[in-house]
Structures are given as C-alpha cells and as structure tokens.
Design a protein around this ligand. Sequence first.
Ligand code: PBG
Length: 327
Amino acid sequence: MLEPGNQTVRLRKLRKSETVRRLVKETRLDPSCLVAPIFVTHGNKVVEPVSAMPGVNRYSVDQLGSYVSRLSETGISAVLLFGIPDTKDDLGSQAYAGDGVVPRAISEIKSAVPSMLVVADVCLCEYTSHGHCGIVRNGQVDNDETLPLLSRAAVEYARAGADIVAPSAMMDFQVAAVRSALEEARLDETLIMGYSAKFASSFYGPFREAAGSTPSFGDRRGYQLGTGNTREAMREIEKDAEEGVDIVMVKPALSYLDVIAEARSRFDLPVAAYSVSGEYSMIKAAGANGWLDEKRAAMEVLTSIKRAGADIIITYFAEQAAQWLSE
Ligand code: PBG
C-alpha cells in the first residue's frame, strides 16, 4: 500500500501561487484573437440598445468612427459588420446596393481607424422581406439563384475596403461563387471567412431581434446544419476548403466545442468560432440576476472556446474581455 507520503508527484505544486499558475497556463487569451460584431443601422445619430443583448447597440454610420476608435483603444483589432437596412424586399437588394449601410460603414471605419480589420457578413436575411438567407421560390430557398446576389454583395463590400468577406447563408458553392466574383473584380486580396459549419440554433434568437431577421415562415433547417451532425459539419468545411476559403468557422461555439476540436484536428486552416448572441445574453441575464459572476463566466467560456482549438473568437464580449485582460 502506498502511503500518501511516499508519493513523489505532487500535482498541486503547479497551482501553488498566481505566478506559478501563470507560468504553466496552457490556454492564453489575448485581444488580438477577438472579433467584435457590430450592428450598423440606417439613419443618423443612432445608438440604439438591443433589448435582448444588454450592452450591445445598433449604431448608425456616423457613430462608428468614435465607437471603433474606442474598441481599438482597448486592443480590439477586428470587427464583423451586420447591416440593418431601411427597406427590405424579396431580393434583399439593399445587401448589394453600393450605397447600402455596410459599404458606407466600411469606409467610415477605415477612415477613422485604418488599421482596423473589417470583416463583412455576407447574407441576405437582414435584407429580405421574408427573412430567409436567400431567394425564395415556391416556398423554398433557391440555392443557385441566391449565389449571384451573395457574390454581388461580397464584391461591393470588398470594393468599399473590407479586408474579409464572410458568406453566412449556408448555400452550396457560396465560397466558390464569392471567390470567382472577387477574382473577376480584381479584388483577389480580399480574404474569405466561410461560415462553414453553421448549425440551425436556438441561440441566434437575440441576434434576430437585433437585426430584425426572423424568418416570416418556416425556419432555417433546410440550409443550416442539424445539431447532432459532426461528420456533416466536417464535409462542409472540407468543401469550403476545396472552394478556396481562407478561414473556416464553427457557429455557435459553446454547444459545439467538440465540433471546433474536430475541425482543429482535421484541417490546417485557421479556425474561427462564433460565440453567438444567445451565448452572450444567457451570461448577461444570469449575471444581472446575481446568479453567476458575469466576468468569470464570460472569461471561462472564452477560454474553453480557445482550448477547444479556435484561433479566432467572434464574441459580443470582445470589448469587455479586452478590458478584463488588461486589468
Ligand atoms: C445571418 C446570421 C445569423 C447570425 C450571424 N449571421 C443569424 C441566423 O442565421 O439567423 C447569428 C449570430 C448571432 O446569433 O450572434 N445569416
């Protein structure tokens, strides 16, 4: 029988003091891996709180310069833009209008903080009257009719100065379509971040309130992945890689950490994870009620996403987390 005193490996030594704990820390977060999503709305002088996402606002273009400068001061170096147009139609035409909210937001941000990396979400759901991510024919989203519109949007955003375009409609061939449209427009330096493994999730609820993009009929299960399907998610990533994607994404993050880990081990592409609106609101609500410690819960979740293998984390906690990291 081994007496406790005969044991030589005392694992607790590694947790002895803050200095030792810091020295042996395996997973490190730093602001350079965080991307802050921004909702850009039409109008002027608008800073409008999103009620389901305390601390998150919709900004009109004129307000972005000061907001992005503030983000940059905290150490955030990348933002992801979503547009909320003043008019919606069946074809989502404001998504690819040259003077739409997103192209204007991109130029505004680039002139305020030139070094800020701008990622533009490429989808139709915020711009269509029916709220689906593509063109609807006979009650179904038509894949191939949607592709040219996504491509036009991507080209408009790249032309306005976006560094990265991020097709998120979950249409087949969307990366290939965007890639060739960019090449044709001689915008070959623009990166593509594919929302490759995007699951049909209840955690998008608060975002749909923020962006006014709830489908008016049906749901997105005809194009987004089913929760239990990891292998199918890997096929989506593989397909995007073949089509020339630069960065792949898994979304949501918290309920899909195993999918992030699997993507990390199978592919050599940079992996982004999108910690979505519901993941944020859940922690904010519990924190506001005093049920858990908001800061510790948020940092624990972000660390777990990093530990699972994400290189890049898109999170509504970005600004706060950057501040917490510098404390
Ligand atoms: C658009 C899109 C969605 C999100 C990002 N891009 C919503 C959806 O599919 O309904 C959700 C992000 C979030 O919940 O934070 N296709």
